[in-house]
Ligand binder design. Structure first.
Ligand SMILES: *[C@@H]1O[C@H](CO)[C@@H](O)[C@H](O)[C@H]1NC(C)=O
Ligand SMILES: *[C@@H]1O[C@H](CO)[C@@H](O)[C@H](O)[C@H]1NC(C)=O
Ligand SMILES: *[C@@H]1O[C@H](CO)[C@@H](O)[C@H](O)[C@H]1NC(C)=O
Length: 548
């Protein structure tokens, strides 16, 4: 497998594009073939602005959908492969979602935070029994009339709609659909006329590796334009037939990759979304791609690795695939090569490669800036701009910056400056052609005896060791140096290795102060529900383990 991703942590949601994979002798090359949109000019400082030639769209999500439905009424908008359900654009309906892995405490938090009035869910999904989870925060539901819930802990919640059954205090989805008549439709249409593209449409909770989740509030304008620009850079144009843009999405819809990268691109460009199964299954995804003749496939690295390791991989006809986006969890650089970068707070994509970029650009950078977007890099300590090719904190400005965190002006002010720069918290460099390289997270930076050390750099190096499967580097406290470097290593199956061998491997290859003082062999790392490594927890575990 040779791919790479270099974005980490809370905001480090990463997006990849064309990629090269090789497993068990199978080499799968998915390259995008499209018109070149050469944009980059020479850059002389760590600041860049995207082109302005593609006009920004001042429309709501609803208006874009209506127009796309008018252009392609009979094209598939959504295909649910497992259930055999197809919806054309003319039949399209909107949906809202929260992370289906949420437990009672998290659900209560997000419902309270946004003052949510109605919840829609199935009775259960995988091991999750939603009605029971809701009852933990809202025991009143069982004795309420549908639509009349009055809850002490969830004061705003009045209505629960179940998709597949009817339990006490809830409506069944069918009842709700049947209750709607033409007057409601008129009301809805009238309401749509009053909406502005600058109003919020999506409160996207960032899963966060520390603290409570933050509700990044995105406007119609944010996501409409991001989806438009992503689609254009992918090369989706109107000239081609519907068969050319069938996008398979095994990624969850509560994630920006599914919602903006999948559904919104569909709403803007008339592509078709193919869902392989209710939750990810490698085999089902391969089946959907081959039977539905998908041209693009968006997923997380784990999903791609799972698909490639299916024993009957060779029996699927994947000849229609031309490209895809890899996004999500932190991936060791030797495992995935990525060509796009974004954060939920930026709607989400800000840097993206061109399909025509050279392999080295695709593998070493996250591409160049999208139109109507500015980026600059500053020293996180001094706030001063840094020279080209020098690490600093990446900041972004433009139409894509979120409105703010929902009802949290303090945390919004921490990340958005008075002149509207969004501080990504990611350490990056910019080169003279405007290509950006992501190095790590600001808060993961280790300061050892006054020397700034980026864990990702050491992780990248250690990944070249043949016995190492996965490695996470954290700073642990040290009375003399302030912090010391600790590498937590997961070895490949059946391998053994001594700490001294690892240190010897580093010697002469990386600066002496970056050579980990502590090497700890582990079997697993603490993860968030969405599978991100929780570095602060790992640091705590290591400090305890090392008795510091
Ligand atoms: C969208 O609105 C902005 C200002 O609000 C304007 O400059 C721009 O020309 C508008 N774009 C289109 C396509 O109408
Ligand atoms: C694979 O699918 C493509 C596109 O549908 C088709 O043209 C081709 O004949 C198929 N190949 C095989 C071996 O079935
Ligand atoms: C915002 O949060 C505060 C507490 O932090 C709460 O009192 C207030 O009701 C919230 N406002 C809205 C509109 O949710």
């Amino acid at each position: 497998v040779c791919m790479r991703c270099s974005a980490w942590g809370e905001h480090g949601m990463c997006w990849g594009g064309p990629f090269v994979l090789g497993v068990q002798g199978v080499v799968l090359w998915l390259a995008l073939h499209t018109r070149a949109l050469s944009a980059s000019h020479r850059v002389t400082e760590s600041y860049i602005q995207g082109t302005l030639d593609i006009p920004l769209i001042n429309k709501t999500v609803g208006q874009c959908l209506d127009e796309t439905a008018e252009r392609f009424p009979h094209r598939d908008a959504f295909v649910f492969h497992r259930d055999g359900v197809r919806k054309t654009f003319a039949q399209f309906k909107e949906e809202v979602s929260v992370n289906p892995a949420y437990q009672a405490h998290e659900l209560e938090f997000v419902i309270r935070k946004v003052g949510c009035k109605a919840l829609v869910f199935p009775a259960h999904f995988k091991s999750q029994k939603y009605y029971d989870i809701l009852k933990q925060s809202c025991p009143e539901v069982e004795n309420s009339s549908p639509g009349g819930i009055k809850s002490k802990r969830l004061p705003d919640l009045s209505t629960v709609i179940m998709l597949d059954s009817k339990l006490p205090g809830t409506f069944h989805m069918d009842e709700v659909l049947q209750a709607g008549d033409s007057s409601h439709m008129k009301q809805l249409r009238a309401l749509q006329q009053t909406l502005s593209c600058n109003e919020p449409i999506n409160i996207q909770f960032t899963s966060g590796t520390t603290g409570s989740p933050k509700g990044a509030t995105l406007s119609h304008r944010n996501i409409v334009n991001n989806a438009n620009l992503i689609g254009m850079r992918l090369g989706i144009t109107e000239q081609v037939g519907p068969a050319d843009y069938r996008v398979c999405i095994p990624a969850p819809l509560y994630h920006c990759l599914g919602s903006v990268g999948g559904c919104m691109v569909t709403a803007l460009h008339g592509s078709s979304c193919i869902f392989s199964a209710p939750s990810f299954e490698g085999k089902a995804t391969l089946e959907a791609v081959s039977q539905e003749k998908c041209s693009f496939l968006h997923g997380t690295p784990t999903m791609f690795i799972d698909m490639l390791s299916q024993p009957d991989f060779d029996s699927y006809n994947l000849s229609t695939l031309r490209g895809g986006v890899i996004a999500g969890s932190p991936v060791p650089p030797e495992i995935m090569k990525m060509i796009a970068y974004g954060t939920t707070e930026n709607s989400p994509v800000t840097f993206m490669g061109f399909p025509t970029d050279s392999i080295s650009r695709r593998t070493e950078t996250v591409g160049s800036i999208l139109p109507h977007t500015e980026a600059k890099i500053e020293d996180p300590e001094t706030g001063k701009p840094v020279p080209l090719n020098t690490p600093g904190e990446l900041q972004v400005r433009g139409y894509c910056v979120m409105l703010g965190y929902w009802n949290d002006s303090a945390r919004t002010r921490e990340v958005i400056s008075d002149d509207n720069w969004y501080k990504t918290g990611d350490i990056a460099t910019l080169d003279e052609h405007g290509y950006c390289r992501i190095i790590g997270r600001c808060k993961d930076m280790i300061i050892r005896g006054g020397e700034n050390i980026y864990p990702a750099e050491i992780e990248q190096f250690l990944h070249t060791h043949p016995k190492i499967e996965e490695v996470q580097v954290v700073g642990v406290k040290d009375s003399l140096m302030g912090e010391e470097v600790c590498a937590c290593i997961r070895l490949r199956a059946g391998q053994s290795c001594a700490a001294d061998d690892i240190k010897a491997f580093c010697k002469g290859q990386i600066s002496h102060f970056k050579i980990p003082r502590y090497i700890v062999f582990v079997n697993q790392y603490p993860l968030t529900v969405s599978g991100k490594v929780q570095k602060y927890k790992l640091r705590e575990q290591m400090e305890k383990h090392l008795q510091l």
